[in-house]
Every structure is written in structure tokens, then in C-alpha cells.
Design a protein around this ligand. Sequence first.
Ligand SMILES: Nc1ncnc2c1ncn2[C@@H]1O[C@H](COP(=O)(O)OP(=O)(O)OP(=O)(O)O)[C@@H](O)[C@H]1O
Ligand code: SF4
Ligand SMILES: [Mg+2]
Length: 485
Amino acid sequence: MTDEKKQIHELTPMDDETNQAFETNEVESLPERDALSHDESSDEEIIASSFNEGDETPEQMRARWAKEKADAHKVSEERKKEGLAERGPALEKLNAAKKKLSMAKANRRKAKTESEIASAEEAVAKADAELLLAEDDMRSVKNKLELSRIKFKKELADNRTILSLRHMRMYFKLGRWPDYVKLKAVHDVSFDIQEGETFGIVGESGCGKSTLGKTILRLTNPTSGQVIYNGQDIASIPDKDFVKLRPELQMIFQDPMSSLNPRMSVKEQIEEPLLIYKRCPDRAEREKRVLELMDTVGLARRYAEMYPHELDGGRRQRIGIARGLSLEPKLIVCDEPVSALDVLIQAQILNLLMDLQREKGLTYMFITHDLSVVKHISNNIAVMYLGQIVEQCETKRLFSHTLHPYTKALLSAIPVPSLQKKRERILLKGELTSPINPQNRCRFAPRCIYASEECFASAPELKDVGNGHKVACHRVAELNDLSET
Ligand SMILES: Nc1ncnc2c1ncn2[C@@H]1O[C@H](COP(=O)(O)OP(=O)(O)OP(=O)(O)O)[C@@H](O)[C@H]1O
Ligand code: SF4
Ligand SMILES: [Mg+2]
């Protein structure tokens, strides 16, 4: 076996059938072994399913957003009017109380006799108490207005989908035409990410998480499907238009050491994106910005002249985060950003990411194989198995109402921090099967203890079983009590 074949074998565990197919095919050199970009072969299956009837087009999506924004704005205007209507009398009361107090104080100054002074003191105390009450009323009206403003902002954000994937596929070709085989790393994936949320992607090694992230950011071109970012299909726009959007879409990589340039100092690494995108052309201003970014990610300024190998893993990852933030992005794909770090540093980096999200309104797609990390940080989770999503829902729901046999097995592997409690571990049979030319069946069937004939005969669709909980399993209703979901 050639070295290249060996590398691919190591990368992708294969079942016997595909192993044989692979052995008989010649494999092109690694750099040429690229994606089937907008597949040059006439793959009818891909073209037919890249856009399903009934799917929302980018134009329809933009129209829906405009309507939702207008509706939310109307509601906010009404709330504002209501607030102002309440604010008017409260303000009048406050002004009257202030006036009464200043008059009472003036009378006290003029009072000469003992009885005049006593009654003036009494009037001042009464006016003081009235002012306190009026100030309280005013404060509660102000709080009410502020709350409705925050609620409006949240409603607007909740309604706003920043990224939508529609039937996205990413296939790699291995071997030479016409004998090449297709490695279906990502197969027919669709989901929506809302602005300001953290969308978690979990799954075991090799299931296609990184490929999904890279394809969304157009580091590789998808084979088919749509990647709609802010109403534009960024998978199909020309490069010159995409370059303008690139600063808004950033990635934080798993291994900071391999994603940083060993010959550049910390300052130069953070400065690089600013130079490439011609932000801060003035040198002094750029240096100031780099130092500010270092402060933001909690990297002491004294490290500015140091090189990546002189720092520990946590600090190296902070450089990666500062680089990611330098162009003021909106969506960041975090590909296992803490998996190379120890538990203490993991917690620091996760807290930093969450603080930055709150401050800057960032949206994260958070890729990990660690369910306890994703539980801590995500609002919604999609579980991937061999290039497909098998379960997707809100984070809380995934942990309280797990429905897919694969997710149950993943959750059973999380250690319980208690000597008394023990979780029953579901052990999976065998390895992840090969994503090369997978058969039309449930991809999890060879390892699933509940697999039936139907599971080997056809692939289950990802369906909503209630409350936005989506599952791809033929036997989901048989194996779970869906009334509880
Ligand atoms: N450039 C490439 N050429 C060929 N195959 C590739 C390429 N990149 C990824 N793959 C294959 O695609 C599949 C998914 O890989 P990917 O790196 O996305 O998995 P992952 O879920 O991120 O794994 P990990 O958790 O180990 O990072 C694997 O079978 C991998 O071998
Ligand atoms: S479809 Fe069948 S094989 Fe697949 S997860 Fe469900 S029960 Fe298991
Ligand atoms: Mg990966």
C-alpha cells in the first residue's frame, strides 16, 4: 500500500466491502484529491435533491425577514407609545414634588417663630416623602420601558435566522476517473442558526463535523445545496462578492499550534488579518488595535513580541480567538476550540467565548465531540453520524428527552461525577462504517442494537416529532414515548 493510501486508511476506517473497492482503485496524490466541486459528473441524484419543492428560496427568506422586522417594529412602537403615556403623568408628578419640596425649604428658611419653624419642618419632611414616592414611580416606568426595549431586541434576534443550510452535500473523490469512489463526508444536511445563538454540532471522530464547518465558510466548495447567510446563497456567489463577506465569517481552529505561523510573533499574527483586509492603515492605530484585541481575549501585553512555541496551549488559543475577532465577525465556526486544552484552561476559554458573545452579539457554530462541553455552551444541538444529522433540538431537550439510539449511546458515555450514581453505559458495536459510497440504509444500522429489516432497506428521514425535536430513525415512535416530548 502506498503512503498516501495508508494515510487515507488511517483517516477513514473502512468496512470490508469498501476497503476492497478502495484497494482496486488508484488514489491520486493528496493535493489533487480535492472535492467534487459543483460535481463535474452528471450526478442526477445530487442535482435533483439540491433544492426540494416547498423549500424557502433566499428571496422568500429575505421577504419573510423584512415582514418579521416590520411587525416587531410595529409592536415596539406601540409599546413605546404605551410607555410614553405612562411616563408623562409620572414625570409631571415628579416635577410637582420637586417644586413642592423647594417651596417648603424656602418657607423653612423664612420661618422665624418656633411654631413656624416646626410646621415648615413638617412640610419639608412631607414634600421629601412625596418626592421619594414620585422618584420610585418614575424609576419603575423607566424600568418598564427598558424591559420592553430588551424584549423587543430579543424578539427581533429570535426571529432572525443568520445562516440556513439547505440539502448541503460535500463529497470528496478518491481515485481516478472513471473508477473513482465518492467519500460522502457531508450528506444532505439542512438546519437554521439564529442570530446570537450557539449552535452545537456533536458526533464522533470522522463523522464530518470539520468538513461541514469548512464548507459553510467556503474553505471547500460544497458539491451541492445552499448555504444561505443573511439571505444570500454564499455557496454560489462569485468569489469577488464572497471576499467582501469573508470578514463576517471566521473560524477558530482545533489545534492553535498548527493554525498559527511559527515564524510570526503574537503581535504579527493578530495584525495579519487587519493588514490583509486593509483595516487600520495607520501603523500606530493598528498597533493600538492589536493591543486592545489582546486585552479583549485576556492575553497580557507582555506576550506581544513572543512566538507561539514560547506560549502554552491556552494562550495560543487566545491568539486564535483574537485573530478571529480582529475583523469584527458576525458568525464564528469554532472547530473543537478547547479539545487540545486541559480542563481548567478549557473552562477559561469557554467562559471567554461566552463573554465575547454577550458583549459583541456573536453567533457561534460550535463543533465538538464532547457532549459536556456543548451542553454548557449551546442553545441548540445537532448530532451528526457519518455525514448526516440524526437528532436536532434545543440543548435542554436533547439531554432530558434523548430519542435517537446513537445519541443515547453518546450520552451514556459521559462520566457521572458521583460515587453513588452510575449511568448504564450503552456500548456501540464496531467502528464508524465508511462514508465511501454508503448504501441506502440507516447509516447507524450496522451498530444499532434496535436495527430491524426496515433499517437496512431504506434511510430514515430527519423528521420533527414535536416541539421542533427532529430525529432520523424508523423506530423512534416504537422505542420512545413521544407524548413526553
Ligand atoms: N480533503 C479530504 N479528502 C478526502 N477525504 C477527506 C478530506 N477531508 C476530510 N475527509 C474525510 O471526510 C470524513 C469527515 O472528516 P472530518 O475531518 O470532517 O471529520 P470530523 O468529524 O471533523 O472528525 P474529528 O472529530 O476527528 O475532527 C472523514 O472520513 C475524512 O477522512
Ligand atoms: S433507523 Fe433503525 S438502525 Fe437506525 S437508529 Fe433507528 S432503529 Fe437504529
Ligand atoms: Mg474535525
